[in-house]
Ligand binder design. Structure first.
Ligand SMILES: Cc1cc2nc3c(=O)[nH]c(=O)nc-3n(C[C@H](O)[C@H](O)[C@H](O)COP(=O)(O)O)c2cc1C
Length: 199
């Protein structure tokens, strides 16, 4: 494979894409606070519309809290949460626009959302979902494996973890160091011609 001059090296491309998998079986190796902070330091730099940054993050690590989260997952996902040293609950802040005077001072974006409240939720969903993806790739860059999961009861998770109703859960991401021996073969991907056009 020929890479353009500014492309990252092939080993990094393998780590981010070619060899990276969505794993749900992890070794016992813990994920340190330092790594969790680093994860956010990289992921936060991914772009969001109006620099809105609606994503919010709850890292669930203690056994007691993981049990509570696992009990709110679909039956096929319960064990996956229990296997992971950390599960990240990615949520969005339904009042993300309050931060915009400092995060996007070039324009009255807070006023824009206040005048068009119908755009708040779709903007939050689009951008926090992107931020979840940035988290997955930041995890891969740091040598972690990420296992995203949407099979959980959002309402029960929100009632327990975000009782004031401001943050809304979007996605779980199991994080840790994968037990590669337990990975199923990767599912096939659609080909360029099936999904893309160049006009
Ligand atoms: C938004 C999203 C939701 C997912 N939900 C689940 C889930 O509830 N349970 C599960 O086991 N895997 C879940 N996955 C994992 C996918 O099945 C997996 O990413 C996909 O099959 C690609 O696998 P690969 O990255 O190993 O190639 C989810 C992935 C994403 C991105």
């Amino acid at each position: 494979m020929t890479l353009q001059n500014d492309a990252i090296d092939w080993r990094s491309i393998e780590q981010l894409f070619i060899n990276a998998r969505s794993a749900h079986d992890f070794t016992d190796e813990p994920v340190t606070d330092t790594v969790l902070h680093q994860l956010y330091e990289y992921a936060k730099l991914g772009p969001t519309g109006f620099n809105t940054q609606p994503g919010r993050y709850l890292f669930v690590r203690t056994e007691e809290v993981r049990q509570k989260l696992a009990a709110r997952c679909s039956s096929s996902n319960t064990q996956k949460v229990l296997s992971a040293p950390v599960t990240l609950i990615v949520a969005y802040d339904s009042h993300f626009h309050q931060f915009l005077p400092t995060q996007f001072p070039a324009f009255d974006a807070k006023g824009f959302f206040e005048k068009t409240p119908a755009l708040i939720e779709p903007t939050a969903l689009t951008n926090a979902t992107l931020q979840a993806a940035y988290m997955i790739f930041a995890a891969r860059a740091l040598g972690l494996t990420a296992g995203p999961m949407s099979g959980f009861d959002n309402e029960r998770v929100d009632t327990l973890f975000f009782p004031d109703g401001r943050w809304k859960s979007l996605l779980l991401i199991n994080l840790g160091y994968a037990d590669a021996s337990r990975l199923a073969p990767r599912g096939p991907r659609l080909e360029f011609a099936e999904v893309a056009q160049i006009l």
